[in-house]
Design a protein around this ligand. Structure first.
Ligand SMILES: O=C(O)CCC(=O)C(=O)O
Length: 294
């Protein structure tokens, strides 16, 4: 779905845009089916090891993993994009409806940045309320790249795979703050976060709920966080980043690829095995490298 001029203007102004209905259920279905099959296999393996008693068969995408996670946190191990490396997920990274919207923000030559995550945020009852991968502290995405990417127009695309609500822990943003540039960050157990004294006190956090298939687009200097999930189902989402081809990604040790090119379509990577191979190799060779700048 292409963005309207008004949407593009709003993104440029606020550094954040909530766009509903960017991709259709049919666009997401193969990737969701891939994850459902993987979760089923993993649940059966954990069941065989005696770590899970109830397979929660018949529960929907959000409820099944929540019920499994409550029994064993191991259900989520190995599920992230670069770990599972599913063909349907790789194909989705080049989804036309998604890239039509991205093109309106970064232009027609598009690189897929390797910072790409899938998150099934479990209910707080089992995952807790502490900061971490599921309840991320205030940060700018610029803080999780190397300085080489400071001038790269990296746009974060936070895509809801189920309806994301205030109750289940959607994103919160500080609109307009991107204009202040990079804010000092600090490392911490809960994740890289804006130093408390640098967090703007004059801007009210805006929760950005979005329905399944909608995207929250964020500038790389837009502070954002997410809060605990107080529902009984997982909050599934995908956070991807795209940028003009040829600009540094800030993660030179992880594989980027050209997702769309109007000028040189032959440069687009469509070979799933090659993408997967590059990730396997990079995960091995980048061990011990500090990915965040603090
Ligand atoms: O999905 C979340 O809860 C956090 C996502 C995030 O921090 C990001 O996309 O940069």
């Amino acid at each position: 779905m292409r963005l309207t001029e008004e949407q593009v203007r709003a993104f440029r102004e606020d550094g954040v845009l909530v766009a509903e209905g960017v991709v259709a259920d049919a666009d997401l279905a193969p990737m969701i089916a891939e994850y459902e099959a993987w979760i089923d296999d993993r649940a059966r393996a954990l069941h065989a090891e005696g770590k899970i008693a109830d397979l929660a068969e018949g529960a929907d995408f959000g409820h099944r993993i929540a019920r499994l996670y409550a029994q064993s946190k191991e259900i989520a191990n190995g599920m992230d994009v670069m770990q599972l490396r599913g063909p349907a997920t790789f194909a989705f990274l080049r989804n036309d409806n998604l890239l039509d919207a991205v093109e309106c923000l970064v232009g027609p030559e598009i690189t897929c940045n390797p910072i790409q995550h899938i998150r099934a945020k479990p209910p707080a009852e089992s995952a807790g309320e502490g900061l971490g991968f599921y309840n991320v502290p205030w940060h700018q995405d610029m803080a999780v790249t190397w300085q080489e990417a400071d001038d790269s127009e990296i746009v974060t695309c936070w895509l809801a795979l189920v309806d994301a609500t205030v109750e289940n822990g959607c994103m919160e943003v500080l609109p307009g703050v991107w204009r202040r540039g990079y804010l000092p960050h600090q490392p911490g157990e809960g994740g890289t976060s804006v130093c408390p004294e640098a967090l703007p006190a004059d801007v009210k956090p805006r929760p950005v709920p979005v329905k399944k298939g909608g995207i929250v687009f964020m500038h790389r200097c837009t502070p954002h966080r997410s809060t605990p999930n107080y529902s009984d189902a997982a909050r599934w989402s995908l956070d991807l980043r795209y940028q003009p081809a040829g600009t540094p990604t800030g993660r030179p040790f992880h594989p980027e690829f050209v997702a769309r090119s109007r000028a040189h379509p032959e440069t687009v990577l469509t070979d799933h095995a090659e993408w997967s191979r590059r990730w396997v190799e990079a995960l091995e060779s980048s061990k011990g490298i500090r990915a965040h700048r603090v």
